[in-house]
Design a protein around this ligand. Structure first.
Ligand SMILES: Cc1cc2nc3c(=O)[nH]c(=O)nc-3n(C[C@H](O)[C@H](O)[C@H](O)COP(=O)(O)OP(=O)(O)OC[C@H]3O[C@@H](n4cnc5c(N)ncnc54)[C@H](O)[C@@H]3O)c2cc1C
Length: 408
């Protein structure tokens, strides 16, 4: 039976898209190159705002490892600022092997057909419309046709490039180079703050033009990582291993032991290129739905998956898979203000990174004294920017900009 939709990639975005469409009775083919029964760990901080669990009706006990009470921002001079959600859950730390498997299993339970260990290597294009995919697995080369393909194949997406939706990333400008590790020996004295707070270190020496993090997990393990941005030729793993051995965090470990580590890129430019074409919709990392400041993309991948799924359901009813009809997908994510959030986060990041050591320290001072600035910083860092109005975002940005200039 010909599928109604092919979803390329069973990450958080692809799995939510597949679930949304399968629940509505569409015949969905969900393809991933990796084995889905023994899901591999994906290089990620694994931090999600509580909003993810609310929006997607997920019970924390099914997917997350640690309930987080807040975040601590640490400037290079040691100045700190603590963010906490007032009267509600703040966020959660999880392992991607568990989280992604849960979402894919849910899509399969809803009726999606999963084809794993299968790599999509090309698109079938007929009369200028994307009409299916060519894949390879241990059985050889396979072709599947469908009126709609959803590109959910992450930062390394070839689907969007072959469909002509975007050009290749400009590696230096568009991409953050990250390194991440699971480290044993964390928090030997069971200190409450180390156990339940995520820590962000903003310092040019530790992570040039980006930041380093420590996200606690269970059993004295922490997810530790960092990103580098606009730093051609520097190796993020070199910086990460130096950070893990740094005397400034030595008190948080008995003896740090790296048990797993990886490098991985993340888009930091905001949405790049087009997100729809005839017969194709692109979601998540494949076209840059990631906060340019935080590198946080799970919630955006899941939401764009859901919105693309809803668009597909309507397209099937009207039998219209044209890019014009898919404009409603663009309207839907604009209504959720994702482009607006990304441009504010990009502006805030560029402002901070123009002199990170000085600026972060100043911003921390400002956040302690000014309510508007506090609101934008807190909302940006807790990943709940949808709650604040564009007017407040603009006002707070101007305020921060003015404060940084005045203090210099
Ligand atoms: C080091 C690091 C830390 C991060 N930390 C956080 C964090 O703490 N919180 C947060 O919200 N975000 C974080 N992110 C971002 C987050 O990982 C991504 O935004 C998110 O995974 C995007 O989801 P996705 O579904 O779009 O793509 P992905 O999760 O990348 O999924 C893509 C899927 O497509 C499959 N695939 C790829 N190519 C093919 C192909 N040719 N054929 C078939 N299948 C294919 C892959 O196997 C994969 O399963 C981090 C990123 C990095 C690199």
């Amino acid at each position: 039976m010909t599928p109604d939709v092919i979803v390329v990639g069973a990450g958080p975005g692809g799995s939510i898209a597949a679930e949304t469409m399968a629940e509505a009775g569409l015949n969905v083919l969900l393809i991933d190159k990796l084995p889905m029964d023994s899901r591999q760990e994906k290089p990620c901080g694994g931090g999600i705002p509580n909003q993810v669990l609310i929006d997607f009706d997920i019970k924390p006990e099914n997917v997350v490892e640690k309930r987080i009470k807040g975040s601590i921002i640490i400037a290079s001079d040691g100045n700190q600022y603590t963010l906490e959600a007032k009267g509600k859950d703040y966020g959660w730390n999880m392992r991607r092997a568990v989280f992604d498997k849960f979402l894919t299993d849910r899509a399969v339970s809803a009726g999606a057909n999963l084809l794993d260990r299968t790599r999509v290597v090309d698109l079938i294009i007929k009369n200028g419309k994307v009409s299916g995919v060519v894949c390879k697995n241990d059985k050889g080369v396979l072709e599947y046709e469908a009126p709609l393909t959803i590109a959910a194949d992450g930062v390394g997406s070839q689907t969007v490039i072959k469909a002509g939706l975007r050009n290749k990333w400009n590696v230096e400008r568009d991409i953050g180079q990250c390194a991440v590790a699971f480290v044993e020996g964390y928090n030997p004295s069971n200190d409450d703050e180390n156990e339940y707070y995520n820590r962000f270190y903003l310092s040019n020496q530790i992570a040039p033009n980006a930041y380093a993090w420590i996200f606690p997990l269970n059993d004295h393990v922490a997810n530790i990582g960092l990103g580098l941005h606009r730093t051609k030729g520097l190796n993020p793993m070199h910086y990460l291993l130096k950070f893990i051995e740094w005397e400034g965090i030595a008190d948080k470990f008995s003896k740090p032991k790296v048990i797993w580590k990886r490098n991985h890129p993340v888009p930091l430019c905001g949405i790049k290129g087009k997100t729809v074409g005839d017969g194709i919709i692109a979601i998540g990392d494949s076209v840059g739905f990631v906060s340019p400041m935080l590198g946080e993309g799970i919630i955006y991948a899941m939401w764009t998956g859901k919105l693309a799924g809803k668009t597909a359901i309507e397209a099937r009813e009207s039998n219209d898979y044209s890019k014009d009809n898919f404009k409603k997908y663009k309207r839907a994510y604009k209504k959720m203000r994702f482009p607006n959030i990304f441009s504010t986060h990009r502006a805030l990041r560029d402002l901070l990174m123009s002199d990170v050591d000085y600026n972060v320290s100043q911003i921390i001072k400002l956040a302690k004294t000014d309510e508007d600035a506090q609101a934008i910083i807190e909302n940006a860092l807790t990943g709940e920017s949808r709650d604040i109005s564009p007017e407040l975002m603009t006002r707070a940005l101007l305020l921060i900009e003015k404060a940084l200039k005045k203090d210099k």
